[in-house]
Ligand binder design. Structure first.
Ligand code: IVH
Length: 667
């Protein structure tokens, strides 16, 4: 490979991995399977080793991902919270064993454990009492989620016995058992919310909820697998875990000692099959050197211990026939090709359909109709096609001609440069897009119109009773009662619900409009920054991007919406109808004392929460911006602010003020 080619590839992988790190650790919404992530990481590590001249201290290969959430108190781990290096085959595992033997000059006993697929936690105990629970974060600092941890019933708050060290930490994995996960998703679907992708995301998301009473209802569970401290009772990791079990911790009964690597491999083979009968997810096996003194001798690399390794299971894979491809049009007009498969049994369910994501994916796989394809269930609910058995291709194979027109409305599809998906641009004339907009409008987090659900909207739309959002407000009870399964009472409720929606506050109305990229949070920010639809409609691009968290893409989309004929027309109609297009009195700026001044808030404060401080800034005419720049006037600094931010503020010569100084400013 040419040097410049290598550089391009390294840069590309760094950007990709940083993006996926953020998705996984910060947002708990991974987009790719762990295996694919690990392969990319391995590729980057190899390139970086081959081309040391492109060293970068910020490369994602040099850190363990981050799940730091600014709202929780940041705590420094007493012992760095590292991750494990992964292997995917026997050969790599035997290499690990050889390395260990070489470094120790001897054979050694291993402990084999299940690799629980949840989210890591470090629990500190002093004199037998739970002190705090901290997430991994970036491995050095984590979030103090003690309040949430205390709600997990399998975690002891006081220990039994008297032979535990006066101070120690025990690490483990917080997870959601299958049953609980299914219950939560059932409830989410019933309430019109999107279901969660898998138990791991659900556990990570739950642990980071700000309201611990909600956490308590979620049924989280926790297995502990690693003890740290100055005076641990035994030199054997296995023995320490058995003692921890006596003190009240939940320790897996499946941990097993193995005298040699063959025994380790037997254990792996057993669990690769048996894992399907466990009531929770595991994604591999962890192998650890049992003796703590030998662990110490082996030490750590910058990322992971040399005394342990994880063996990751491959996702389950089956082969079946690709019968045809359908194309679905989403609420936003995005086209998703969907494969129809000959039904096949995979990881507990019968699979008939698989997502193909986009046209590139079909091309990349080289798919043809009637091909024998491999299907896998990764982290997502919907299985995917991961390959084709070309050797089995016969004369019946047919090319897939990707559609050029919308299957719903016939409009020519477009593909924006840099985006993978094709779109139907007929935003206001394509039935699923119109219906989608209405469904979004009435949903719980938007206008929350009682009595109306997706099915009713489908029905009203197909009968021609509503053509757009505004049409909802023209509905009469007499039009509803003749509909299937619609009683007098339900019809009345719907009309009442629609009428009541006229009081829904501005920020929700703004969200309900379904402007591209304007989600719940963005709508709130825009509503409080501009105060009324009138002001927002007339905002310039610069004024929009000046608002915290509003980037170019959102700003452009907002401008486009209010300039479009349909957007203008709808907003006009809804204004006539009497929806709330102004912030309620309370939230309108109270003074202009901070006019023209922009603030960045960082850290933890004594008197006010960060959100309250943001409101105070807005209410007094100032602006909040998300990141520091030469345009920032003040850095409002609390406790535990990141050192990088402080340094940057000093470099930029910004004024750094405390909470008290700020409160003085606004009188
Ligand atoms: S030991 C220094 N044991 O896997 C290594 N980790 O990539 C300490 N995990 O961050 C970790 N089950 O969240 C260990 N039996 C087990 C585990 C386990 C799951 C997770 C843990 C860790 C990650 C490693």
């Amino acid at each position: 490979m040419e040097k410049n080619e290598a550089k391009i590839l390294i840069d590309k992988l760094r950007v990709e991995l940083t993006y996926h790190n953020h998705k996984y650790y910060v947002l708990a919404q991974p987009e790719i399977a762990d295996y694919d992530y690990d392969m990319k990481m391995k590729e980057l590590q190899k390139l970086e080793a081959d081309y040391p001249e492109f060293y970068d201290a910020n490369s994602p290969s040099l850190r363990v991902g981050s799940d730091r959430n600014e709202e929780f108190l940041q705590v420094k781990h007493k012992y760095d919270m590292l991750s494990l290096s992964n292997t995917y085959n026997e050969e790599e595992l035997r290499d690990f064993d050889k390395r260990v033997q070489k470094l120790l000059n001897d054979t050694t006993t291993y402990v084999c454990e299940l690799k629980f697929d949840g989210t890591a936690i470090g629990l500190t105990y002093e004199n037998g009492n739970f002190v705090r629970g901290v997430t991994r974060g970036d491995g050095v600092f984590g979030d103090d989620v003690s309040a949430n941890v205390r709600t997990i019933k399998s975690i002891p708050l006081t220990l039994s016995g008297n032979d535990y060290p006066s101070e120690f930490e025990i690490r483990g994995e917080i997870f959601l058992p299958h049953k609980v996960f299914e219950q939560i998703n059932k409830q989410k679907i019933a309430e019109g919310d999107a279901p969660m992708a898998n138990p791991r995301n659900a556990a990570a998301g739950t642990l980071k909820m700000q309201n611990s009473s909600l956490v308590a209802k979620r049924g989280l569970d926790c297995y502990l697998y690693y003890m740290l401290g100055e005076n641990l009772p035994s030199d054997s990791h296995y023995e320490n875990l058995q003692l921890a079990k006596k003190w009240g911790f939940k320790i897996s009964e499946h941990a097993k000692k193995a005298d040699n690597i063959d025994k380790v491999i037997e254990y792996i083979e057993y669990w690769d099959k048996e894992r399907r009968n466990l009531p929770y997810d595991i994604d591999g096996i962890v192998i650890k050197v049992d003796s703590l003194s030998l662990q110490k001798q082996l030490g750590f690399t910058s990322k992971s211990p040399r005394w342990a390794i994880s063996y990751k299971f491959k996702a389950e894979r089956v082969s079946t026939k690709l019968l045809s491809v359908d194309y679905q049009v989403g609420r936003t007009g995005a086209i998703t090709p969907v494969a129809n498969l000959e039904p096949v049994f995979l990881a507990g369910t019968t699979v008939k359909r698989a997502s193909l994501h986009n046209a590139d994916q079909i091309e990349l796989l080289g798919l043809k109709i009637n091909d024998q394809v491999y299907v896998e269930k990764g982290g997502e609910i919907i299985p995917k096609i991961v390959g084709v058995d070309e050797a089995l291709r016969d004369a019946s194979a047919q090319d897939i001609n990707y559609i050029t027109e919308c299957p719903e409305c016939g409009t020519s599809l477009v593909r924006v440069e840099g985006e993978a998906k094709h779109y139907c641009p007929n935003e206001f004339g394509c039935p699923p897009q119109i219906k989608g907009k209405i469904q979004h409008f009435i949903s719980r987090k938007a206008m929350n119109i009682d009595g109306l659900g997706e099915e009713t909207i489908d029905l009203l739309f197909s009968k021609g009773l509503i053509k757009d959002i505004a049409g909802l407000y023209d509905l009469k009870k007499e039009q509803l009662t003749p509909l299937e399964r619609m009683g007098e009472k339900s019809a009345e409720n719907i009309i009442k619900g629609i009428e009541a929606s006229k009081n829904v506050p501005f920020e929700k109305v703004l969200y309900a409009l379904g402007i591209r990229f304007v989600g719940e949070t963005v709508a709130k920010k825009l509503a409080s920054a501009f105060g009324s639809l009138e002001k927002l409609k007339n905002a310039t691009f610069e004024e929009l991007v000046d608002v915290e968290e509003i980037g170019d893409r959102i700003a452009q989309s907002v401008i486009q919406y209010f300039q479009s004929e349909v957007g203008k027309d709808l907003v006009e109609k809804l204004t006539q109808i009497g929806l709330q297009f102004e912030m309620a009195e309370d939230n309108i700026p109270k003074s202009n004392i901070l006019e023209g001044k922009s603030f960045v808030i960082s850290g933890v404060f004594e008197k006010y929460s960060r959100d309250e401080l943001k409101d105070l800034i807005n209410n007094n005419g100032g602006k909040n911006t998300g990141s520091l720049s030469a345009k920032t006037d003040f850095l409002l600094a609390g406790d535990k602010m990141g050192p990088a931010k402080l340094e940057k503020a000093q470099k930029l010569g910004l004024k750094i003020i405390s909470e008290d100084e700020f409160l003085e400013m606004i009188g």
